[in-house]
Design a protein around this ligand. Structure first.
Ligand SMILES: *Cc1c(COP(=O)(O)O)cnc(C)c1O
Length: 378
């Protein structure tokens, strides 16, 4: 651990770059050799810090990135991230010049969008990947509309460099979900074949996010788009996959103890007096709250935190900027001591905390707030 970097006084996130690199190597071990990773770093890299994450990935040779919004793409460019940057979401027409200016790749979300782009007066062609809807029904031109899809390739202002789809139940191992996913994949490949035999250069093809990679491996593609597993996290606590890889969580959420006090039996703690001491006890206040993304839903759920390798329970209602814990049995405790709220250990893994809070691990992580400094541990 890089001890030289100063730890903030309140609350922060540590990014373990070794674990991120480990996860990338694990993902590489289960994808075809000529397929590349397109790292999904949208939503501040699932809370990990988009720039911090992109820098580590760039240093190990990752040169394809996916973001949700044009603003995220521009931020990467302004911070000297090179390579291909695909914007997965819709960009409004009056912003499209910026796609050109910052050398981003825009997703063509459907035929109507493409037609409207073709009517604009733009300095150059927009680099684009065409999204195809094979069943998710979120974005993409329906795979059945082959004539429209072919037209998109020939429209003015658009240079199609790739075509992709998104699987919507690839994490589910029930028979019906597997059938549905296989149908999505078949429909996608059939479309690619049709386009290719009609003489179109389809460009790069891709369709697998994390669970597509682990459950539908060895399929021909140019890119895979891992998000959650790159961060070393499973989508939920108990999911088994066809390919099993060892994942190491990249993120730790930390805060400090700000005050330690003793309370008597029958004294209450926090807003609403939701917790009452059953006996004399020692409690501590920590400088993190729900505005930082530690879910208020964990109040009264016996969520645990880690201090000096010992577990303590959250008590009372979690506040906006602070929360209280029971430290009656914790040894070696000081004002300023560091507490880990999410991290690699049992009970505090992102999967377990998310489950306790009634969230997916995606939602838990992507809500981690921007007050938290991201510190990279080499
Ligand atoms: C978010 C997203 C991904 C990454 O999904 P994970 O499940 O985190 O791997 C990939 N592709 C698209 C289109 C996405 O929106």
């Amino acid at each position: 651990m890089n001890k030289k970097q100063e730890q903030p006084s309140r609350a922060w996130i540590e990014i373990n770059s070794k674990n991120l690199i480990h996860n990338i190597l694990q993902i590489k071990s289960v994808i075809p050799t000529n397929c590349q990773i397109m790292a999904v770093i949208k939503a501040n890299a699932y809370g990990h810090g988009m720039l911090e994450t992109a820098k580590i990935l760039s240093e190990i040779g990752i040169s394809n990135f996916a973001v949700a919004t044009i603003e995220e793409g521009i931020k990467l460019r302004k911070n000297n991230i090179r390579g291909n940057i695909l914007v997965l979401g819709y960009t409004h027409f009056d912003k499209l010049e910026q796609i050109i200016k910052y050398d981003l790749i825009q997703t063509i979300v459907d035929y109507d969008y493409a037609k409207k782009i073709s009517k604009l007066s733009l300095k150059e062609k927009i680099k684009a990947h065409l999204k195809v809807n094979t069943g998710m029904n979120r974005l993409g031109e329906n795979y059945k509309n082959i004539d429209n899809i072919k037209k998109i390739y020939n429209l003015k202002n658009i240079q199609i460099l790739g075509v992709y789809t998104h699987l919507c139940v690839s994490d589910n191992r029930e028979k019906e979900a597997i059938n549905f996913t296989n149908q999505q994949i078949t429909n996608f490949y059939n479309l690619i074949d049709n386009l290719t035999t009609s003489g179109y250069n389809v460009g790069k093809i891709h369709f697998q996010a994390s669970y597509g990679i682990l459950n539908y491996p060895n399929l021909k593609c140019d890119y895979v788009r891992p998000g959650i597993i790159m961060y070393g996290i499973n989508s939920s606590k108990n999911n088994s996959t066809v390919k099993k890889i060892s994942l190491k969580p990249v993120l730790s959420l930390k805060a400090r103890i700000t005050s330690i006090k003793e309370i008597d039996k029958n004294e209450s703690v926090g807003y609403g007096r939701l917790f009452t001491a059953q006996k004399k006890m020692k409690i501590a206040t920590i400088s993190i709250g729900y505005a930082d993304g530690y879910p208020c839903a964990l109040s009264l759920k016996k969520a645990k935190v880690l201090i000096n390798k010992q577990y303590a329970e959250v008590i009372g209602r979690i506040c906006m900027d602070q929360l209280m814990i029971d430290v009656s049995n914790i040894k070696k405790l000081n004002q300023g001591s560091i507490v880990t709220l999410i991290g690699e250990r049992k009970f505090i893994s992102a999967e377990e905390i998310a489950e306790k809070a009634g969230l997916s691990s995606y939602e838990l992580l992507s809500r981690l707030g921007n007050r938290l400094k991201r510190i990279v541990i080499k």
